[in-house]
Design a protein around this ligand. Sequence first.
Ligand SMILES: C[S@@+](CC[C@H](N)C(=O)[O-])C[C@H]1O[C@@H](n2cnc3c(N)ncnc32)[C@H](O)[C@@H]1O
Length: 297
Amino acid sequence: MSKREALHQKSGKANFELVYGLEDPREYFRTLGQFDYCIPQHGQRVFSSLIEARCEEGHNGHGERQTGVVDVCCSYGINATLLKHETTLDGLYARYGSEELVGLSSEELAGADAAFYKERTRQAAPKVVGLDVSSNAVSYGIRSGVLDAGFAENLEENEPTQTLGQAISGADLLTVTGGVGYITERTFGRLLDCMTDGPEGRIPWVAAFALRWVSYEEVSEVLSGYGLVTEKLSSHTFTQRRFADALEREYVLEELAKMGVETAGKEDEGWYHADFYLSRPADEAETPIQTLLEPAL
Ligand SMILES: C[S@@+](CC[C@H](N)C(=O)[O-])C[C@H]1O[C@@H](n2cnc3c(N)ncnc32)[C@H](O)[C@@H]1O
């Protein structure tokens, strides 16, 4: 049983899985908004800095090309929406909670989103391919136009389909918010197999936020097999959401105490905190992670 499953069993609350597979994102935002879920906003700043850095440095001689991002646990295409369009997570909470959109069917909302985001596309928007186990969520991301392509596959259990493999081969960046723990080194390994499989043998960067009580060790070990060196941003942690209740808080604080993690000023204040990990090929890791991300912190 995973830590998350254990938590759900123990607390009997905060089972957000119910809102992961609906036909549109309104209920997702309504439910997670109650707990100030905010990790995608940190993702927007951090991932955008990395995309910019990769473009500026023209890694692998592809400076001018549109950056290819693979977002795992993409849900309704939330990170894609934020990376590609002039909007913020607060903007998404406001949009999906608005009176104006409440009466629309899911199909109508997807159409309205497609028109809305098209007008707000950033100039250097990356191309984002999404992967999630929820076929409803991925389908919404595609129909609303925020995902350039999307796949509902579970790489914890199965090998990727050929179509997924082809769509992500040669991509520049793998991103995850709110997903490590649901996905393990198995999914990372299978994705890396596909991403490095292009004719140019390009090695992507991997950028992941992981809750502080979830180990990233096994993932970095697998990534090292692809020549990637993983660093944790040691100067900073990122708020993910408020604890849903006292039971959840108690459980997480206990787990962190067992791990010897200092929670003062962080989880003690009632918030889940995530660490940020960046994995780069050794010869592309000259700029320290702290310097690279300074503008985003
Ligand atoms: C907390 S949500 C995060 C969604 C989005 N990244 C965000 O931060 O708003 C977790 C997501 O992981 C997905 N998920 C769970 N198990 C998965 C798996 N094995 N492979 C891919 N996605 C998975 C869920 O369907 C859900 O959409």
